[in-house]
Design a protein around this ligand. Structure first.
Ligand code: SF4
Length: 238
């Protein structure tokens, strides 16, 4: 599957339109209802209406405010939210062996929890699809600086319509289009994921400083964006 380099020059709305018209119901938006994902949902619903497919990883540890956002999005756009949960046969032995809060014990156990609750469910969902959209932006972190707007990953196409957007562009779009905003932003969160692994940040801190804040070293990623060798692998706006 060869992807045209022209896609790199497509504005966000055109790229979403291209993905929807090319892949139809085999295209879906992956989101955890952060601002970037919501911009893409808004763009896609303008293009595809209720045919817009949106899915989220329900890790079982999401904050209550994220479930509120699911309701808000369902009502605002009239779309179903497809949820993907970890399999009991993966979850139960992990929790039995290491306890429910294993992520605080070591980077390895945190990685195991993300693998079971996020990576494997995402892989299952992607098997249904030919293309998906993620809300990654290059300026979010060094590890995202090289993402492309469209690339083939393990036989599927990932589009990142906001790859070249600044945070100011995201804010402007949300303001001008009255896009729903996750309630935790108003409480100082800059990046939102699972409840026990995310907190508000202080002024001047890095956007992803509130994720796994107890880990001093390494990437602030959950493994669904980057493979062990550092190559971009797959992703949602986790
Ligand atoms: Fe587990 Fe935390 Fe990763 Fe969520 S973010 S899957 S709770 S380690």
């Amino acid at each position: 599957m060869g992807l045209s380099l022209e896609l790199e020059n497509f504005p966000a709305a055109e790229l979403v339109h291209w993905a929807h018209s090319t892949y139809g119901s085999d295209f879906a938006i992956a989101t955890s209802f952060q601002k970037e994902g919501m911009v893409i949902v808004d763009l896609a619903c303008r293009i595809a209406g209720s045919a817009c497919r949106v899915f989220t990883l329900d890790t079982g540890r999401l904050p209550e405010e994220t479930y509120q956002m699911m309701e808000t999005v369902r009502e605002r756009y009239g779309i179903a939210i497809e949820t993907v949960a970890p399999l009991p046969e993966d979850l139960q032995p992990m929790v039995a062996s290491h306890g429910p809060n294993l992520f605080y014990e070591s980077p390895e156990l945190r990685g195991l929890c993300c693998e079971v609750r996020k990576v494997r469910p995402l892989e299952r969902k992607l098997r249904e699809l030919k293309a998906w959209a993620a809300g990654l932006r290059r300026e979010q972190s060094d590890t995202r600086a090289a993402i492309r707007k469209a690339e083939e990953i393990e036989g599927r196409v990932r589009v990142c319509p906001l790859a070249d957007w600044s945070s100011a562009q995201v804010e402007r779009y949300i303001h001008e289009n009255r896009v729903p905003v996750h309630p935790l932003y108003a409480r100082g969160y800059a990046s939102i994921g699972c409840g026990p692994c995310t907190r508000a940040i202080q002024p001047g801190e890095d956007e992803r400083a509130g994720r796994w804040w107890w880990e001093q070293q390494g990437r602030k990623e959950c493994g669904i964006h980057f493979a062990a060798n550092g190559m971009v692998e797959r992703g949602r706006d986790a």
